[in-house]
Design a protein around this ligand. Structure first.
Ligand code: 5GP
Length: 243
């Protein structure tokens, strides 16, 4: 039992930081945000008290915000502070990344300096496959591998850019620069929904004034106390959350 839902003993799927369980309703799943933190495709792995709850709280907050802006998401409700009841989706094996500022893999792959503000938001897409190291994929491959039709891909990119607009505007008011983030999508009844999570694990967030990181880079590159950084984001985005 966790909150209002009965959690089966075995998950349907165990990711690096979340576990997904069947629920009594066949159209819904139970997602538990765990305290595990991993980086570099699981090479670095630790556990931090409260991390699951902090990411679940942020994710719920953003999913609700995006729903209000007309973007369909898998979020239904929380059954515990670290547990989200979601719509069951057929997940699309793509990591859709929106970049506003050059950072991370972009600065490794291309001759661009970290921190360069891009002329416009850029969408890059990785094929989600740990064994292959999540290789970057392009529109032609997405179509010929029958991952998405051209129309569906157009819709996914449009949704990703819409999410970027909503989140960039919001973070700006909180004194945070949304550098980049990763989204995952899925389908149900012919509709494309935003799935997975939107949290400090999946975004790069920099303080607008100091450039300090408040995201998983703090853990990836041993920049300090990652839980303090995540808490700092929650304090800014939901001042009355009491974290
Ligand atoms: P990069 O391509 O620079 O590694 O990542 C770009 C953005 O997407 C960053 O905000 C990063 O946190 C996020 N991202 C990329 N791949 C993953 C992933 O496998 N898991 C998570 N949680 N975030 C990712």
């Amino acid at each position: 039992m966790r909150g209002t839902s009965v959690i089966p003993a075995k998950p349907l799927y165990e990711g690096k930081a979340k576990s997904v369980y069947a629920s009594e309703n066949p159209d819904e799943l139970i997602v538990v945000f765990r305290n595990d933190m991993t980086a570099f495709n699981g090479v670095k792995h630790d556990q931090f008290t409260d991390k699951g709850r902090l990411n679940a709280t942020a994710s719920e907050f953003f999913m609700k915000m995006l729903e209000a802006e007309g973007i369909p998401t898998h979020h239904i409700r929380m059954s515990a502070p670290d547990t989200m009841i979601v719509r069951r989706l057929e997940m699309i094996p793509l990591e859709v990344i929106v970049r506003n500022v050059a950072a991370g893999s972009m600065t490794k792959k291309y001759p661009v300096k970290e921190g360069m503000v891009l002329d416009r938001p850029v969408v890059t897409i990785d094929y989600k496959d740990d064994e292959r190291g999540d290789p970057m994929i392009n529109d032609d491959l997405i179509e010929v591998l029958h991952i998405l039709t051209a129309d569906e891909l157009r819709k996914v990119k449009e949704m990703a850019l819409h999410v970027n607009k909503v989140l960039t505007r919001f973070f700006d008011k909180c004194g945070i620069r949304l550098v980049d983030f990763k989204l995952e999508f899925g389908k149900a009844d012919g509709t494309i929904y935003l799935g997975d999570e939107i949290s400090m694990d999946s975004m790069r967030l920099w303080d607008k004034k100091t450039g300090e990181s408040f995201d998983k880079d703090v853990y990836r590159f041993d920049k300090g106390d990652v839980i303090a950084a995540y808490r700092n984001v929650l304090k800014r985005i939901i001042p009355d959350s009491g974290v």
